[in-house]
Design a protein around this ligand. Structure first.
Ligand code: DC
Length: 224
């Protein structure tokens, strides 16, 4: 029996660059499934803290990663059945996620779980290594970039809209620290795939980015 191939669109790039917004737009356009791989790493970080695991306890982290009790229901993230969506979206959890994500055994333990999202009618996968490692034969690979200062400003505005005050200097420092770890790790460092289309979102609003990508969807036969 011939297997139907599942179309995949990957979106990689650093924190706060607009991947999530673009991923939402693309799933709306294509009706594909969504993989927010960062949420898996964040759920692992949340679980590690909850279980008081040391962040260098490789075997403990791998055991947790192999049977991570996380589920995605609509836009909510459930951990052991509890809605932890806002708890895993904090800067602190992001920092722990980026720390445990450096460990190659942890990344390997999360691989099958991520690949399992690729089912018909297709997948939009958002993360750091979607196009370079997890879905190397994706039909369309996008890599978004923007300066750390602009990304920090966007994050502060997002927090303000949620009624949370934030210090721009601290957020910029946190973002740069995380970039540093994500870019320089040995396994699956953040970088564009050779065949990725690079979009600098620094001076584009999300509507402009989406418009730019619409024509690519047509060209690659991802929408009809
Ligand atoms: O996309 P995000 O900010 O939710 O991701 C949080 C951290 O998880 C990020 O700093 C690095 C890690 N991560 C990763 O290493 N690989 C991915 N595919 C996605 C996230």
């Amino acid at each position: 029996m011939t297997q139907l191939t599942v179309p995949v669109i990957t979106i990689d790039g650093p924190s706060g660059v607009g991947k999530g917004t673009l991923a939402q737009y693309l799933t709306g356009k294509t009706h594909f499934h969504l993989l927010d791989s960062g949420a898996i790493y964040r759920a692992l970080a949340f679980g590690a803290v909850k279980n008081r695991l040391a962040l260098d306890d490789v075997s403990g982290l791998v055991t947790l990663a192999e049977s991570l009790p996380v589920e995605f229901v609509a836009t909510s993230i459930l951990y052991e059945g509890e809605d932890v969506t806002s708890k895993v979206r904090t800067e602190e959890v992001a920092g722990v996620a980026s720390t445990v994500a450096v460990i190659s055994e942890v990344r390997a333990a999360l691989m099958a779980r991520q690949k399992a999202f690729a089912v018909l009618p297709g997948l939009v996968a958002d993360g750091r290594d979607m196009g370079t490692v997890v879905f190397q034969s994706a039909d369309l690979k996008l890599y978004l970039t923007a300066s750390a200062e602009i990304r920090a400003e966007r994050r502060v505005n997002q927090l303000k809209n949620q009624g949370v005050s934030a210090n721009i200097h601290k957020i910029t420092r946190d973002i740069k620290e995380r970039d540093e770890r994500d870019l320089n790790r040995q396994t699956a460092p953040l970088k564009p795939a050779d065949d990725a289309i690079i979009v600098d979102t620094s001076y584009l609003n999300i509507e402009d980015v989406c418009k730019k990508i619409d024509s690519l969807l047509w060209d690659r036969g991802l929408i009809k």
